[in-house]
Write a protein that binds this ligand. Sequence first.
Ligand code: MG
Length: 252
Amino acid sequence: MKIYRFRYRKKIMSGVLKEDVLFPIKGSVFKDFRLEDSAIPIGEVRLLPPVSPSKIVCIGRNYREHAEELGNAVPDEPLIFLKPPSAVIGNDQAIIYPEISQRVDYEGELAVVIKKKVKNLKEEEAWTDYVLGYSCFNDVTARDLQFKDIQFTRAKSFDTFAPFGPCLATDLNPEGLHLKTFLNGKLVQSGNTRNMIFSVPFLLCYVSGIMTLEPGDVIATGTPAGVGPLQPGGRIEVQIEGIGTLSNFVKK
Ligand code: MG
């Protein structure tokens, strides 16, 4: 099932896509819900980020080749940092290039969206009960500021630096998904989630052992090799098998 959040005739709603029409959801996407009978053509809505997270937990260096391309060692436990919810934008919205950076990079990633509140998840528990679905994510980074600062907050937190969407795909196995990033139509990243150093269930246990995860929270699971710079006027697309394509443009 693919769940979209969208604006239609000044109302914000979520809906399930069947062929090319959206059936609005009655109730909460985080609980059992029903679908309305009347459908809306997807071409008539404006897509929004699939959920509004209270926080975004990002995993750094979760693919060996990416750690190596930036000259970093492969970590022996997950490296985590936060992006603020104010950075979130949806499909086809603009990434704003900040004036104080001369180097802004794309990082295509698989996002995990939390379904219900979880703290201290244990390995033997049914982790899939806590996952609502998966989406495409772009961990946009002001690389020059990341190298300059001791920690990541400034480089990762500009408004618009967390493109997310276009939908949530439920009932997906997060292992073994092809992830591709296209810059102005040219393939620049091609990875597979099976090459993550730390798996999705491991990350759920690890992160929830540090902080309570709330419904709608996002874990961005790290980027494969091939990161590179964006330019104003460019278009960047993150495509993940079973989910779809998140497409954004860049402007100054
Ligand atoms: Mg990243």
